[in-house]
Design a binder for this molecule. Structure first.
Ligand code: MN
Length: 705
């Protein structure tokens, strides 16, 4: 195990001003906390955090990150706590250790390949600070390097996670070496036969051709020496996994792979890069189509290099990369290059991409943020506008921040959303408006017959859920409108002595250019279309005396000249509705709607009944109807309701509160109307208002006639 002074020496190499005392305290604290714990390999547990810290010194990271590595398993595996670490090592370290712990606690075992991208996003979303990911990656690298001592099933699972989540994550962070090593370690577990066969091919190749890497390296060095350019040449055989992947992707046999060897020339200046390129192309044949100049055209992640492939006289092709030392640093350290130390100072590499831009590129967001502040805090803001939750099967669902279990339900399936009755988060039942947090597992409880509630619109945040809820509510409305339209059509047709048969309605629909009779009824019910328009279309021979106002004093046919007339207050009939009269000798006639229950008491007295009909034509708006209206208790709603009714040319003759609850008011509104169609238009206008929860005509209330 690396002892504390060796570790401090590793840090001093790149950061002479390191706080050695802090490192000593963290080392001692970690050793004490993990004391007595043993790794599967039989070594003391603390060898692991120390090895992780050592990996991070290779990336030349700051003291807080190295300390975090030493403490990264304490909260999870020992009696240490967040507040204890905060007390001893400060807020920054406590936050970092807490971040690593949260990632460790994620249940990744059920990760499916197509879900890997979401897992990577979840990781980034849960890491408020990029250094948390750097520590987690180093942690995984060490665990993979020592995976041999784990149980076989555990090995397979860790290797899969590494291949699907951690290796691409390292690549995303721009750390190519880490990506390659993680892939190769995982490959060794997942497909050892394939890996061994590739290694065997290398051995055969080596027997046949000798040490190719060494030969070509010294050839290149000789050419460079002739020109006097100062540069280092590195050659290597590519990792078995990257060869395997190329073979699979391009469906090539090993012998036809051209890029099994790679050479890197690291020099001082950009001018040297181009000079070296000239030397290489003069000495060997450049393979057409393989030259790329990422120095004049850097990649968005800051990668700069010249790539070319050349072939020798024997036809063997090798890839050559030429870059300066700073460029190389960015290519290897990736985003970490930005705050790596060199010669004791944190001088930003001129080629390193600003981490804020890096994050933008990762998240495909290009909004202009305050980049300086970002650098100050080394904060990771990616995916901060999103949350990631688990399904019971372990899939990750991505949602916008502020999303609720209802959004989650709709994200899974519209059917699940529509029939949602309640939700459990991490096994505990929660209200549907609960805001979801990263890493929570969510279970939706559904019930047959449940339908979306209008109030759900305010609970959900995703467009998908909102659209689905609206659609469902609209369909429900449509059902109601069709029913209302039917009643309306029946009354209007009766009024002119016709029958509203399906055939008549279908014909009218066709003549009006509507889809079918259902469409016509829905439009009638929603007051988009008037019954008169339907009748005029079907029966142009009928004359509608639109201009002729019905005499307010004689609105009803069927009364003898001197009979006084009164509308029954129990049913409040309006023109367009079928009516009947009950005579009160000496006092006149009370007009009831034909279906009024109050008529029951006159069943035994047929002589008191008289047939009555409304006059055809336009009635004045004098027939009072009571409406029961529930509205939300929001500023301005009552005013809007009154305006709406006024807009329909209806007059409010009375208005009183029948119930006042904190969240809604209930009103009884008396409206003066012309006829049943007019009533209908007023009710529809009210129903369309979002702040109106309910509208109902009040009939058959126990009232004296
Ligand atoms: Mn660990």
């Amino acid at each position: 195990m690396i002892d504390v002074e060796d570790l401090i020496a590793l840090v001093r190499n790149y950061n002479p001003r390191t706080n050695a005392d802090l490192l000593r305290r963290a080392y001692a604290y970690g050793a004490q906390m993990h004391d007595g714990q043993i790794r599967k390999s039989g070594e003391p547990y603390f060898t692991h955090p120390v090895a992780v810290a050592a990996i991070l010194t290779e990336q030349r990271l700051d003291d807080a990150t190295i300390v975090t590595a030493l403490l990264h398993d304490t909260i999870e595996d020992t009696k240490s706590t967040y507040s204890e670490i905060e007390r001893q090592f400060g807020h920054e370290v406590a936050e970092l250790v807490d971040g690593v712990t949260k990632l460790t606690n994620l249940q990744l075992s059920s990760a499916q390949t197509q879900q890997a991208e979401n897992f990577r996003k979840l990781f980034m979303a849960m890491s408020k600070d990029l250094r948390v990911i750097l520590v987690k990656l180093a942690d995984r690298l060490h665990n993979m390097r020592t995976i041999k001592s784990m149980a076989p099933e555990k090995q397979a699972q860790k290797a899969r996670e590494t291949m699907e989540i951690f290796a691409p994550l390292a690549g995303r962070m721009g750390m190519q070496w880490m990506r390659e090593e993680l892939e190769d370690l995982a490959f060794k577990v997942i497909n050892p036969e394939a890996r061994n066969s590739i290694i065997r091919r290398f051995l055969v190749l080596q027997r046949e051709a000798g040490d190719v890497v060494h030969q070509i390296s010294s050839d290149i060095r000789n050419e460079l020496d002739k020109t006097g350019v100062d540069a280092d040449v590195f050659g290597r055989a590519k990792k078995p996994y990257s060869i395997w992947r190329k073979m699979q992707e391009k469906d090539l046999a090993f012998s036809s792979l051209s890029d099994i060897y790679g050479f890197r020339i690291i020099c001082r200046t950009v001018a040297d890069c181009y000079a070296i390129l000239g030397v290489i192309h003069q000495r060997w044949y450049a393979v057409p189509g393989r030259f790329k100049d990422y120095i004049s055209q850097p990649k968005t992640n800051g990668y700069r290099s010249i790539h070319t492939t050349v072939s020798g006289r024997d036809g063997k092709r090798v890839e050559v990369q030429v870059r300066t030392r700073e460029m190389h640093e960015v290519a290897e350290a990736g985003v970490a290059a930005h705050w790596a130390y060199r010669e004791g100072k944190r001088i930003a590499n001129p080629f390193a991409v600003d981490p804020a831009k890096w994050v933008n590129q990762l998240t495909e967001r290009f909004d202009e943020g305050d980049n300086d502040e970002f650098l100050e805090h080394v904060k990771l803001e990616m995916y901060s506008d999103q949350v990631f939750c688990f399904t019971p099967k372990g899939e990750v669902i991505q949602l916008p921040r502020g999303a609720t279990p209802l959004d989650y339900a709709y994200a899974i399936h519209t059917r699940i959303g529509n029939s949602c009755v309640s939700a459990k988060i991490d096994g505990i039942r929660v209200p549907l408006w609960t805001r979801l947090k990263n890493g929570q597992s969510v279970e939706i409880i559904t019930a047959e017959g449940q339908t979306p509630q209008a109030s759900w619109i305010d609970i959900v945040t995703t467009g998908r859920a909102k659209a689905a809820i609206r659609r469902s509510l609209r369909e429900e409305d449509r059902g109601r409108f069709v029913k209302l339209g039917h009643e309306l059509a029946r009354a209007a047709f009766d009024h002119v002595g016709r029958k509203a048969t399906d055939k008549a309605l279908r014909t009218a629909a066709k003549m009006l250019g509507l889809a079918d009779e259902q469409d016509l009824l829905a439009r009638l019910g929603s007051a988009e279309l008037t019954a008169r328009k339907v009748l005029e279309t079907l029966y142009p021979e009928l004359t509608f005396n639109q201009a002729e106002e019905v005499d307010a004093k004689r609105p009803i046919i069927g009364l003898s000249g001197d009979q006084a007339l009164k509308r029954a207050q129990c049913c409040q009939p309006v023109p367009g509705e079928r009516i009947v009269g009950i005579t009160y000798p000496g006092r006149g006639v009370i007009v009831h709607a034909i279906d009024c229950p109050a008529l029951e008491e006159f069943e035994e007295q047929p002589n008191r009944w008289i047939d009555l009909y409304w006059q055809s034509g336009r009635h004045p708006a004098v027939y009072t109807v009571s409406l029961d209206v529930a509205i939300s208790n929001e500023r301005g709603v009552l005013g809007r309701i009154c305006t709406l009714i006024g807009d329909q040319k209806a007059n409010i003759s009375d208005l009183k509160f029948t119930e006042r609850k904190p969240d809604y008011y209930r009103l009884m509104i008396e409206v003066d109307l012309r006829d049943v169609e007019h009533l209908h238009m007023v009710m529809t206008a009210l129903e369309a208002e979002t702040d109106v929860a309910q509208v109902a005509r009040v009939r058959n209330v126990a009232r004296k006639p």
